[in-house]
Design a protein around this ligand. Structure first.
Ligand SMILES: Cc1cc2nc3c(=O)[nH]c(=O)nc-3n(C[C@H](O)[C@H](O)[C@H](O)COP(=O)(O)OP(=O)(O)OC[C@H]3O[C@@H](n4cnc5c(N)ncnc54)[C@H](O)[C@@H]3O)c2cc1C
Length: 306
């Protein structure tokens, strides 16, 4: 709950016209979670920088949301300031053309689906793996989002960041980015990215997108409230989904949190699930899978809040 008696919070809220006690379930695809004390939707990187400078001067903690499609928020919500980056947008532009392909530049809050459409329209190949992945480009890079056929690390050329401590902008080239499976090791805020894509016939690109999208739609509960795959796939052997399915857990429920019948690695919110129901279900899945296979499933979804 908002510390209404907290002068620092009131000062920041008034100066930047922030939302107070804003329900975070409206900012996540899981549709779960309590309020943010303060919530901001900055429209450009300068506004973001000024806001963070003031928040830091006032010692107000910061949590970052992109599209909220990989996040689970606790019922108590998040103390301090939540910055949602999805309004950090600018025109997607082609900035460079060379023998390797074309580089496109995108602001961090742009939807991945819109970038995929841009790539199709401009006959640029490389993003086909991202067909149907929701969220923003900033979130996709932080999560190194991908599928078996590719991930963000394969196409990111460089990113522009805002350093959370110094509040300086800086460009980081791909060679200095530490990507691993569903993770980028980065403490900063991504404000823009450059992706290198290859020229290809539009027909080929379209077919590939269509193929990947129909495969995803057939295999995943994309219209249910979820945060995508809940667990990371183990390094070798069976996928998390296979392990959960082979443990007989499809359809297992705790109140309104359920293991999807369509894809066992999705926990879906079938109506009004609470964070604790989802976390309890997660623990039970981990225990049952461990007892059967001696494998510790690690969560891919990030849990935020008190
Ligand atoms: C139906 C469905 C299908 C999905 N399919 C896939 C899939 O096939 N493959 C896959 O990898 N994922 C998948 N996901 C998960 C999710 O869509 C991806 O991880 C996505 O890239 C997250 O982007 P986001 O903007 O929503 O990030 P968020 O969920 O908002 O944030 C994720 C993390 O990134 C951080 N972050 C966000 N923006 C920034 C920024 N600008 N700078 C620094 N940090 C930032 C956040 O603090 C958080 O820690 C799926 C999710 C759903 C709901």
């Amino acid at each position: 709950m908002l510390k209404t008696d907290n002068t620092a919070y009131s000062t920041l809220a008034q100066e930047f016209n922030l939302l107070l006690d804003e329900p975070l379930k409206d900012y996540t695809s899981f549709k779960v979670g309590g309020p943010a004390d303060l919530l901001a939707l900055p429209k450009d990187k300068q506004e973001l920088k000024t806001l963070l400078k003031k928040a830091s001067d006032l010692d107000i903690p910061l949590t970052l949301f992109g599209g909220g499609t990989n996040l689970l928020v606790t019922e108590k919500g998040i103390r301090g300031l939540v910055v949602v980056t999805k309004r950090l947008k600018s025109k997607i532009s082609i900035t460079q053309t060379n023998s390797h392909g074309k580089t496109i530049c995108i602001a961090a809050g742009e939807r991945l689906s819109k970038i995929c459409q841009f790539a199709i329209n401009h006959c640029l190949s490389g993003l086909e793996f991202a067909a149907g992945i929701p969220g923003t480009i900033g979130g996709a890079i932080m999560m190194n989002a991908g599928t078996k056929s590719g991930d963000m690390s394969g196409i990111v050329e460089s990113i522009d960041i805002l350093n959370k401590k110094t509040l300086a902008f800086k460009t980081i080239e791909k060679n200095n980015l530490e990507f691993s499976y569903r993770r980028l090791n980065l403490a900063d805020i991504i404000v823009a990215a450059r992706l290198t894509l290859k020229e290809e016939s539009q027909k080929t690109i379209k077919e590939s997108f269509k193929h990947n999208l129909s495969k995803k739609n057939a295999a995943q509960p994309i219209s249910s409230a979820s945060a995508g795959c809940f667990f990371k796939n183990p390094k070798s052997g069976k996928s998390a989904g296979e392990l959960i399915e082979k443990s007989g857990l499809k359809g297992m429920k705790i109140k309104d949190a359920m293991v999807s019948q369509r894809h066992a690695n999705f926990i879906v919110n079938i109506n009004d699930a609470r964070c604790e129901d989802i976390l309890l279900l997660k623990q039970q899945i981990q225990k049952i899978v461990f007892d059967k296979f001696h494998i510790n499933l690690k969560t891919e979804v990030r849990v935020e809040g008190e």
